[in-house]
Design a protein around this ligand. Sequence first.
Ligand code: AMP
Length: 393
Amino acid sequence: MISRTLETRFESLSVNDNKNDPSDGKTTYLKSKTIASLSTQLSQSSNQSNYLLKVALENNSNSPLRKPAADSARSKGSEESADASKNSYPTSKAPPATPKQFHLGMFEIGRPLGKGKFGRVYLARERKSGFVCALKVLYKNEIRKGGVETQVRREIEIQSNLRHPNILQLYGHFHDSKRIFLILEFAGKGELYKHLTREERFPEWKAAQYIAQMAQALQFCHKKHVIHRDIKPENILVGTHGELKIADFGWSVHTPSNRRQTMCGTLDYLPPEIVRQQWYSAKVDLWSLGVLMYEFLVGRAPFEDSVVLTHRRIVRCEYDVPNFVSREAKDLIAKLLVVSPEMRISLEELQEHPWIVKYCIDGERASMRKSKKTSGKCSSDSPSNQMISGVSE
Ligand code: AMP
């Protein structure tokens, strides 16, 4: 199974090839006015949006991430044996119950939302329900050339089975001969990285609420034996209500054994155990959360330096926190950036830390937000309907 080409893997999934879809040729580009009203509709209407979710739920009913207990009986140790994607679609005996089939003709395509290394992301609307989503188009030959078949498979298998307000939802996927299409939740406020660059650094109340949301999302992942392994601002999007959405699961892994030894992720955010190529566990995400918290408050990563020096500073845990950072925030950073993984604060303890409690539970903003019933426990901005303008091809 591992040696099967990407094409073959996707052929084994129950998807429609858009070549066969008579409505494919009718794909149109949304006009700006239409999409602006769609965006409002997205934030107001939950009924219509249920359609894609229902379809996605039907399609994912056989996922191994829904049955962690059964998974833990599977072989442990090697990377591929622990990979969720390997077990997701039974090959012969028990095919998934006839899934609903997605195809390109089901969508109207709007403005480009962004460009990644292997494709583009467009605003899209499902014709039947009017549901607004993001359609990520990946080119199979580029994925093959880049040797990232495994990452793409992981992104699809893992992300489509994690349903949490702070995790970008993957509703489904389909393909044609050249492309793979991922139907994603639309994150109305774009990349967190851009917000951080614009603001230079976040005020403590906002950083605390963001960290609390990340902690809740990671707690949910870890309970399902998923380690993210690549937490950084570039992999986080911001939803319409200002809530964070972990978006990139390309480096994540489903690991019932809870122990791994692959070097991955971005150097600035890597914990000492990965830099040293030792065995590691879900605690890697706690270290990265510490780096993220530091970057939110200071505006740069704590170990940023030349490659050699970053490496050295990480394994020695050498960093300085500027004086403008509060004592409570420094204390939490120090509890996350601990060389010994077992000594790092847990996600449960983090959520009870005085710095988090101050801004997410006791804080005036938090109580205001509670009454407004936003999606996460804590969110960062006042809810607003985002209007999108200037839609064009
Ligand atoms: P990616 O290929 O996933 O790195 O996506 C490229 C860019 O498209 C991102 O940096 C975002 O600006 C944008 N983007 C991706 N997914 C979404 C989404 N679900 N909602 C809004 N914008 C997105």
